[in-house]
Design a protein around this ligand. Sequence first.
Ligand SMILES: NC(=O)c1ccc[n+]([C@@H]2O[C@H](COP(=O)([O-])OP(=O)(O)OC[C@H]3O[C@@H](n4cnc5c(N)ncnc54)[C@H](OP(=O)(O)O)[C@@H]3O)[C@@H](O)[C@H]2O)c1
Length: 297
Amino acid sequence: MHILVTGGTGFIGSALVPELLKRGMSVTVLTRYEQPLRAGVVYIQSLDAVKSPVDVVVNLAGASLAQRRWSDSYKAEMVASRAGFTEQLVSWMRAQPRPPSLLISGSAVGFYGCSRDQFFDETSPPGRGFSAQLCQAWESAASVVEGADCRVVALRLGVVFDRDGGALTEMMRSFKLGVGTWMGDGDQWLSWVHRADVVGAILFLCSDSQSEGAYNLVAPRPVTHREFCRVLSARRPTLFSLGLPAPVMRLALGEMADELLLEGQRVTPNRLLDAGFDFRFPSLDSALIDILSRSKL
Ligand SMILES: NC(=O)c1ccc[n+]([C@@H]2O[C@H](COP(=O)([O-])OP(=O)(O)OC[C@H]3O[C@@H](n4cnc5c(N)ncnc54)[C@H](OP(=O)(O)O)[C@@H]3O)[C@@H](O)[C@H]2O)c1
């Protein structure tokens, strides 16, 4: 099987690619930059450089939502690198003599907007705010290729945890100094998922010929930020814990603070569970035991 991975150099892609190779798949990674040679992987900078028919496309490329303040120009880049790029990808797919039969494309739980008290599953309607609009535009660009010969899966990802990057590395900074922290009042929900389960779910959805539509890719047991602090403090003892005041976070981070950190959403992975996907790390404690045992975090 030949798989094209866009954004295959990123936090998720760099864990996915070795697992695809282990299963004997041939892998092409679309990236903006030259990459060091790696056995079994073809790196390309343009879709025109794809050499042989692709069976499955995994579309993960996009400018980070968490790395920079959301200026108007950066918002435009976040949209262009996801919805805009996905439009090009889909046009390329449709133009192939033997088009791919599956597109697994990124999205996020931000699709649902934010809420303190609602539960969101895949039947919940889209929410409001920049992240929600971005996810809707991204999913809708991918859905254009959907049809009798091509299934489209949207991965509504929660916050992905593992070592060496991603949100957990940032969230653990204060813990390393012996101070447990949560954001704002800490009662907002954090729908997280272990990176190994993200990779496992992508492989599962590739091999399940019935899979299509949106799947929430979050662990079955979300936590509040305050609970996150409590569970992590049990594994990485702290001297004391405190909440980072919401006004300070808004001042430092702008609009991103509310949408990504201070509000949140409580999301359940109903469709994956119904399809029989088995999460290796259903609880935060099980995920942290694994991650901390493999890292110096
Ligand atoms: N990690 C999470 O917690 C999380 C949560 C929800 C949703 N997601 C979504 O899932 C996707 C994969 O996540 P990730 O954590 O692996 O992301 P990541 O580490 O930021 O990697 C994304 C990849 O996209 C490419 N990229 C970055 N900026 C770009 C730009 N301006 N234009 C085009 N390509 C660009 C980069 O590849 P090259 O530099 O090689 O071109 C990068 O390796 C992302 O789209 C992300 O929004 C992730």
